[in-house]
Design a protein around this ligand. Structure first.
Ligand SMILES: Cc1ncc(COP(=O)(O)O)c(C=O)c1O
Length: 502
């Protein structure tokens, strides 16, 4: 058998003495493994005796022995008594590839990955912002003002608890203490009527929405939703193969269909407190109409109350759930805007008859967990820190919204129309005389996120033009500079459109 220059090949993989390299026996087993996987060290080849390889590599023989033993235990090498150590043959047995029905060898599948049709639908309309920080990323709160010191103290205390239950998956509903804290908070501040048994804690509102869709709809069923709509709702419905009917808005919120078109809906998705992204608040009369219509169609309403805590003038209207005497509303909430999005905690309040199903599905589909976080959050709410933080941030955001509106007026004048939005962490600004996608591209080149409003519509090519500008993640003193940059992006988009039209 010919001699293989193994020491040389191994040294070509990486330098065992480089700074940060692993201990020699680990380096050696990794280098041999790589040489086998790359195909250079072929099946059946005999490895040099340990003494020889140790000498060539300038290592102790025990190091080589340990590496050979480890690779033998992982199945890369076999040692034969009296004959030496050989590279194992791990090629699949070709008889396993024979098609049982036709007796032919199956074609090797191409390595080209084809996403599922549902995945392709999502990939064709991506919604996540290209940057998750700073001006004007929508959907993010101010993390600089978060009371970290208090939170860390409460979190550390929860983490110190020697409670085996907290390190497991937990019950399928989520931590009882957190659900009880939520019942009081939701009833006082949102008019939500529920017991702790009706709540399922989720990893954010997005997951809560996925859970509700899966519990309510089969592939091919129909959902009605707002137009424009939260991109997450569109994508979750798409991947679950649910057909959608997009219903336009007027000043009172999502309009009822003039006539029933196609199949009746299984679910109706709305953001009544503060329509996302337009900012329209659904009137009380419209809420009542939707509740009756849902009952008539035997459908359920999903009320996504993602940012209702931040209302800057009069008190918010009570939740649609609290008005629904038919008990056909699933209320979804999130801590992403009130605390921070990386926390990944949200919840769904479901009608009593549905909660056991939702809880069981949550466990089966996503598993639970995060119980230390849930314990800390329950205490953070119960001790009043949550309400205090929300009250404080309401003032901060109201001021920021006013400063942003004023700066937009000054720097962009009649190129934009600025809504008189009473709530939220973003403004959906109308754009005149320029395509919003072009502005968004020009803004991104200046490190600014300015999401095109048309992208939230069912038919972006025919949609109104505008920008969705988040102000949660930008400090007040940075707004002026960011708006100046945005004005430059608008000018750039305008001049490039003119050049194309010239
Ligand atoms: C309207 C709307 N619903 C739901 C979500 C998702 O929230 P979460 O971070 O809790 O998943 C967002 C996030 O921005 C949102 O804007």
């Amino acid at each position: 058998m010919r001699n293989i220059p193994l020491a040389e090949w191994l040294q070509q993989t990486s330098d065992p003495h480089a700074k940060g390299a692993p201990p020699l026996n680990r380096w050696l087993s990794e280098a041999i493994r790589q040489t086998i996987v790359s195909g250079r060290l072929k099946a059946g080849l005999r490895l040099p005796p340990t003494r020889k390889l140790a000498l060539e590599l300038g290592m102790a023989r025990i190091t080589v022995l340990q590496a050979y033993e480890r690779l033998a235990s992982e199945g890369y090498l076999v040692s034969k008594v009296g004959a030496g150590t050989f590279v194992s043959d791990t090629k699949p047995d070709p008889t396993l590839l024979i098609d049982a029905q036709h007796g032919t060898v199956r074609r090797t599948p191409s390595s080209q990955f084809t996403p599922s049709r549902g995945a392709q639908r999502v990939l064709s309309r991506l919604g996540v912002s290209p940057k998750q920080l700073g001006a004007f990323t929508p959907g993010i709160p101010d993390i600089d003002n978060f009371p970290y010191a208090i939170w860390q103290k409460i979190l550390a205390k929860a983490g110190r608890e020697r409670n085996a239950g907290l390190s497991g998956y937990g019950t399928s509903h989520g931590l009882p203490a957190l659900r009880h804290a939520l019942v009081d908070y939701l009833s006082l501040s949102r008019g939500v009527r529920c017991t702790a048994e009706q709540i399922v804690i989720t990893h954010g509102a997005h997951q809560a929405l996925d859970l509700c869709i899966r519990a309510l709809c089969d592939a091919g069923d129909t959902a009605w939703m707002e137009d424009p709509v939260y991109w997450g709702a569109r994508n979750l419905l798409a991947i679950n193969a649910v057909q959608t009917l997009s219903l336009p808005l007027d000043s009172q919120g999502m309009q009822l269909p003039v006539q029933t078109l196609g199949a009746p809906p299984k679910l109706i998705f709305v953001t009544p407190s503060h329509q996302y992204p337009s900012g329209v608040v659904m009137s009380l009369a419209r809420r009542r109409l939707w509740i009756e219509l849902a009952a008539r169609h035997n459908a359920y309403i999903i009320e996504d109350d993602y940012d209702s805590e931040f209302r800057y003038r009069e008190a918010p209207l009570p939740s649609l759930q609290g008005l629904d005497h038919h008990q056909r509303t699933l209320y979804i909430g999130s801590f992403s805007k009130t605390l921070y999005p990386g926390l990944r905690l949200g919840f769904v309040v479901a009608p009593p008859s549905m909660t056991p199903t939702l809880a069981a599905l949550h466990s089966e589909l996503y598993r639970g967990g995060q119980l230390v976080l849930q314990t800390a959050l329950a205490e953070f709410i119960a001790e009043g820190h949550f309400s205090a933080h929300v009250r404080r941030m309401r003032r901060v955001y109201a001021e920021r919204q006013a400063v942003l509106s004023e700066a937009l007026r000054r720097h962009l004048g009649d190129k934009v129309s600025i809504p008189d939005d009473p709530a939220g962490l973003h403004l959906a600004v109308g754009l005149h005389g320029v395509r919003d996608q072009a502005v968004s591209d020009a803004a991104l080149a200046l490190e600014l996120v300015a999401r095109p409003l048309s992208a939230y519509y069912d038919k972006p090519a025919q949609a109104p033009q505008g920008l969705v500008l988040g102000f949660g993640g930008i400090q007040i003193e940075e707004i002026e500079g960011a708006v100046q940059l945005l004005a430059r992006a608008v000018e750039k988009a305008q001049s490039s459109t003119m050049n194309v039209n010239d």
